[in-house]
Design a protein around this ligand. Structure first.
Ligand SMILES: [Cu+2]
Length: 130
């Protein structure tokens, strides 16, 4: 009896540590509640950042049939080429998922555009990549 409980305790501790490291944010986009997680906190300039997005409708039901576009960019800076990327977040394992590569440390905007039933709403996050 002792060992399974200890194992469970260790597993729960690991999950706690892992989720504590993720970047998390909540936003509203139109009538939707959006929950965003990025596996790196702060997001990294070099390497992959995995973003997960959960969308709930006004009744609290998880939305499974939206088109989710992520547009991430650095605000325009003098003497710097525009850095502006788009990627579709794909429905997988109960969330919309995508990978972002920021390529440069500094301020980035992550705009999330949700299209459903012919209507598009959006929200944005500001992050500082390192
Ligand atoms: Cu820049």
């Amino acid at each position: 009896m002792g060992r399974p409980i200890l194992t469970l305790f260790i597993l729960l501790s690991l999950v706690g540590i892992a989720s504590g490291k993720a970047y998390e944010a909540k936003r509203k986009a139109g009538d939707y509640e959006i929950e965003v997680k990025i596996d790196k906190n702060p997001p990294v300039a070099i390497g992959n950042n995995h973003i997960e997005i959960e969308i709930r409708d006004i009744r609290g039901n998880v939305v499974t049939d939206a088109n989710v576009l992520i547009n991430y960019y650095m605000p325009p800076m003098p003497r710097m080429a525009p850095m502006n990327y788009k990627t579709d977040a794909k429905w997988k394992g109960k969330k919309y998922r995508a990978t972002m590569r920021f390529i440069m440390a500094g301020p980035w905007v992550i705009a999330i555009k949700i299209t459903r039933d012919g209507k598009t709403v959006s929200t944005r996050l500001n992050v500082d990549t390192q």
